[in-house]
Design a protein. Structure first.
Ligand SMILES: [Fe+2]
Length: 283
């Protein structure tokens, strides 16, 4: 096998390379960790992925509406999403977004509430409700995951199904270096959470593809409108992300000045450092 520059943690991780709905019998080219790979459906309609230079078949899994692969020897399983199994949830893949920045920058932005009023104005936030209230950070599953719980934010349009402004509760979950999810108050059933996952495919250290997938409790809204709502949000984020410098996420303490609102970002950076992740960072 040709030399791969990624650190061992990232190399032995599962990464999403496509929504399952995009798979065709004509192979599609993409990149993963600086490697050219190709993927698609074989003659029996089973998904495959292949490292082009080495002509090597890669392991694949179809999970959470996406195709996953691993360039090294998989060290663990794909993170479970228990809610995805609930029969009344709709799985919606929201397409693929190429973003000229590192994978950890995209994850970090996803974990941040402070930008809601300024980037997603009058949707996920609005002035004067700009303050991020104190929330709790926990390591779970023996340190394999980082969670932020008890996060609250006032949102003018928390979801497509929201008919009014809503004090929205959030839980944020980092389930893998480039696998992150949020759980937020479901407007239709306030006792339950809508789940939005963001799977980030590190193409190179400074260019990525983001694969947002939603697991929603909403049997009213048309699928196209739900996807369009999420795409609007993500395109607003992309403008911010592509302007951040450096593109690689700084991991050294004090590289960027944290505030109370940034505690999850600080926890994510520390967690990456502790796991020896350097790909897409300045480490
Ligand atoms: Fe955002």
């Amino acid at each position: 096998m040709t030399q791969i520059t990624a650190d061992e943690t990232i190399l032995s991780d599962w990464h999403v390379i496509s929504p399952l709905s995009h798979l065709r019998t004509t192979p599609t080219d993409t990149m993963l960790l600086d490697r050219h790979i190709t993927f698609g459906l074989d003659a029996r309609d089973n998904p495959f992925a292949c490292d082009v230079a080495d002509r090597r078949a890669l392991p694949v899994r179809a999970r959470h509406g996406c195709l996953w692969t691993c360039l090294g020897t998989p060290a663990g399983d794909i993170p479970a999403i228990d809610e995805a199994l609930e029969p009344d949830r709709r799985l919606l893949d929201c397409g693929v977004f190429t973003v000229r920045t590192s994978a950890p920058r995209i994850v970090e932005n996803f974990l941040d509430m402070a930008h809601f009023p300024f980037v997603h104005t009058n949707i996920l936030g609005a002035e004067p409700n700009t303050e991020v209230a104190r929330y709790t950070i926990e390591l779970r599953d023996g340190g394999k995951e980082v969670w932020a719980t008890d996060c609250h934010f006032f949102q003018p349009q928390a979801a497509l199904s929201a008919t009014d402004g809503l004090d929205t509760e959030y839980l944020y979950r980092v389930a893998g270096p480039f696998v992150t999810l949020l759980y937020k108050t479901c407007p239709a059933q306030p006792g339950r959470f809508d789940v939005i996952a963001l799977f980030v495919q590190p193409m190179t250290q400074e260019c990525s593809r983001a694969h947002p997938v939603m697991f929603l409790i909403d049997d009213v809204s048309p699928q196209a409108n739900l996807i369009e709502f999420q795409q609007t949000i993500f395109l607003q984020d992309r403008i911010i992300l592509e302007n951040q410098r450096p593109r690689r996420l700084p991991l050294s303490a004090g590289a960027e000045i944290p505030t109370v609102a940034d505690r999850m970002s600080v926890a994510y950076r520390r967690w990456l450092r502790d796991r020896g992740v350097s790909y897409g960072t300045t480490a």
